[in-house]
Write a protein that binds this ligand. Structure first.
Ligand code: SAM
Ligand code: DTB
Ligand code: SF4
Length: 362
């Protein structure tokens, strides 16, 4: 169908604005050319280090500066993670994604523990994914050597709109991390959030960045904002299911080979709405009653919907080889000591209003 190899933001917007009834059909057609439409990957999220994050991401309940009721927790133990991985496997997941509320990975004892977790989860036969914040090339390689299959690091929105949401880090650092993950041979999972007040152009601008990559992400999560009380985005109106379907369908056409993840926000979606998302090209969900800190549909309910639709959960490593575990990058940390991630620190009024100091005067 679409034979273009480069996509401008305008060209993507033209796709995005097509009559939805046609857009869905076109996306479903592309989906079937590149993917088994009756297979959906089930991934389980596990927050291995919750809350207390120093960043100011305007959507995030785990940022320490907002009053969201999320209690900071220490890093989980390797045994706990292994038990959760086995549980996820027994309920049909093929991937475990471990999330940490960190700005970036540091070469410390916590990272050594995370590497152990990666090894332990890899042994269960599940695909191992992690999302730990910014990452140097060597850190990415150490994760790869421990058996990491994929790394999640979202651009979240267009470069322009990113500046309206986060002031403690820059878009360039996100791109650099994605490049580091790619160089280490780890599968890239990178997507965004809709419903943060961004324009349709911003959504298409983010897709243009992914489409322009030499190798686009293997996996693209599309999250609907979960508006959490206490965050700067707490009052955002929920997006309609039609916007989600439109975004998934556009992503499907522009990035035909990537697996699209119907990610956060499913508790507000009907079964019929989710079915349209699968038709339009979504090939993965996060299962389990919690995402990282917010609720998610019960896995049994998801499996009932799969049964109704005739969808089967994808097997682990259906789309790539199981990584080999080795210790090549164990030593030699010094080369990267000088790497500094940026801190733009521009003013975002609503982030400041919702931060600790804002709270005490309101
Ligand atoms: N700290 C790491 C980072 O920011 O890269 C990893 C964890 S972070 C929670 C992973 C992703 O979760 C974010 O990039 C964002 O896309 C998504 N996320 C966080 N809060 C969300 C919310 N309230 N609604 C939807 N997605 C959210
Ligand atoms: C992604 O894009 N969505 C997931 C996963 N990657 C790590 C996280 C969603 C988090 C939603 C808010 C929460 O539960 O804290
Ligand atoms: Fe921290 Fe990640 Fe949440 Fe931003 S999105 S506050 S970096 S946990």
């Amino acid at each position: 169908m679409e034979e273009m190899t480069t996509w401008s933001r305008e060209a993507i917007l033209e796709v995005y604005n097509r009559p939805l009834i046609n857009l869905m059909y076109e996306a479903a057609t592309v989906h079937r050319q590149h993917h088994a439409a009756d297979e959906v990957q089930v991934s389980t999220l596990l927050s291995i280090k919750t809350g207390g994050c120093p960043e100011d991401c305007g959507y995030c309940p785990q940022a320490a500066r907002y009053h969201t009721g999320v209690e900071g927790e220490d890093l989980l133990t390797v045994n706990h993670v292994k038990a959760q991985a086995l549980r996820a496997k027994s309920t049909g997941s093929s991937r475990l994604c471990m999330g940490a509320a960190w700005r970036n990975v540091k070469d410390d004892a916590d990272f050594d523990h995370v590497l152990e977790m990666v090894r332990a989860v890899n042994e269960t036969g599940l695909e191992v994914c992690a999302t730990l914040g910014m990452l140097t090339e060597r850190q990415a390689q150490r994760l790869a050597d421990a058996g990491l299959y994929a790394y999640n690091h979202n651009l979240d929105s267009s470069e322009e709109y990113y500046k309206e949401i986060i002031s403690t880090r820059g878009y360039e650092d996100r791109l650099k991390t994605i490049e580091n993950v790619r160089t280490a041979g780890v599968s890239v999972c990178s997507g965004g959030i809709i419903g943060m007040g961004e324009s349709h152009e911003d959504r298409c601008g983010m897709l243009a960045v992914y489409a322009d990559m030499e190798t686009p992400p293997e996996s693209i999560p599309i999250n609907a904002l979960v508006a959490v009380e206490g965050t700067p985005l707490e009052d955002q109106e929920p997006i309609s299911i039609w916007e989600m379907v439109r975004m998934i369908a556009t992503t499907r056409i522009v990035l035909p080979k990537s697996v699209i993840r119907l990610s956060a926000g499913r508790t507000n979606m009907s079964d019929e709405g989710q079915a349209l998302c699968f038709m339009a090209g979504a090939g993965s969900i996060f299962a389990g009653d919690k995402l990282l800190t917010t609720p998610n549909p019960d896995v049994n309910k998801d499996m009932q919907l799969f049964d109704v639709l005739g969808i089967t959960p994808m097997k682990p490593y259906s789309k790539g080889e199981k990584p080999e575990v080795n210790e090549r990058y164990k030593d030699n940390a010094d080369a990267e000591k000088r790497i500094k991630w940026s801190r733009p620190e521009h003013k975002i009024v609503r982030n400041e209003d919702k931060s600790m100091k804002g709270k005490s005067v309101s």
